[in-house]
Design a protein around this ligand. Structure first.
Ligand SMILES: [Fe+2]
Ligand SMILES: [Fe+2]
Length: 192
């Protein structure tokens, strides 16, 4: 009975995270669209355009999961994140080079933890087939954080700013999951 209760709670927590993440990915993708368009250097434009694409990809993957859970994203949150993403995208054209790079890196470090939590809730909630996908999303967010951290550190002022706490090494995403759950993720799950 207790296990069933835990599983139900995990599924509820997973649904909550997925709904937030679905809309959050929209805000991020629109903000990155404005960001890469505001940049002059071709390598930065290409890199951040790729990050935008990866955020849209995450959103599509989450949409599949929410549909399977019989859930819909919040319309209000969708409207809000549309406005936030578009506004941030526009602001990138006015705020200079460093601020959007810094803000993006800080937000990305939070995204890593969010998908790591989602993977654990999926595991405990009986949606084990989603674990690999969610851990991969955490790894992609880790790559995003690394990219923005390096860009900030390449800037003379950015290198002197206090930075957000770095996430643990990338390989810890899977090893800590395996430690917490006692499984080997690469063997046990399929991707969505
Ligand atoms: Fe993402
Ligand atoms: Fe990201």
């Amino acid at each position: 009975m207790i296990a069933q209760k835990d599983s139900t709670r995990a599924l509820r927590d997973l649904t909550h995270i997925l709904k937030l993440a679905y809309s959050g990915e929209q805000a991020a993708a629109f903000a990155y669209r404005g960001h890469w368009r505001s940049l002059r250097r071709e390598d930065e434009r290409v890199a951040i355009r790729k990050i935008e694409d990866e955020e849209w990809h995450h959103r599509r993957q989450i949409a599949v999961m929410l549909a399977e859970l019989g859930e819909r994203p919040s319309k209000l949150r969708e409207a809000r994140t549309w406005v936030i993403g578009r506004s941030l995208g526009l602001l990138c054209h006015l705020s200079g080079w460093l601020i959007p790079m810094y803000g993006a890196g800080k937000l990305e470090s939070r995204n890593v933890r969010e998908y790591e939590s989602a993977a654990r809730f999926a595991w405990h909630g009986g949606r084990r087939e989603w674990v690999d996908c969610l851990l991969t999303m955490a790894e992609v967010e880790w790559d995003h954080e690394r990219y923005f951290r390096e860009r900030v550190l390449s800037h003379s002022l950015g290198a002197r700013l206090p930075l957000w706490a770095p996430p643990p090494p990338r390989e810890r995403i899977r090893s800590s999951f395996e430690q917490d759950t006692g499984v080997v993720s690469s063997e046990a799950f399929q991707t969505v």
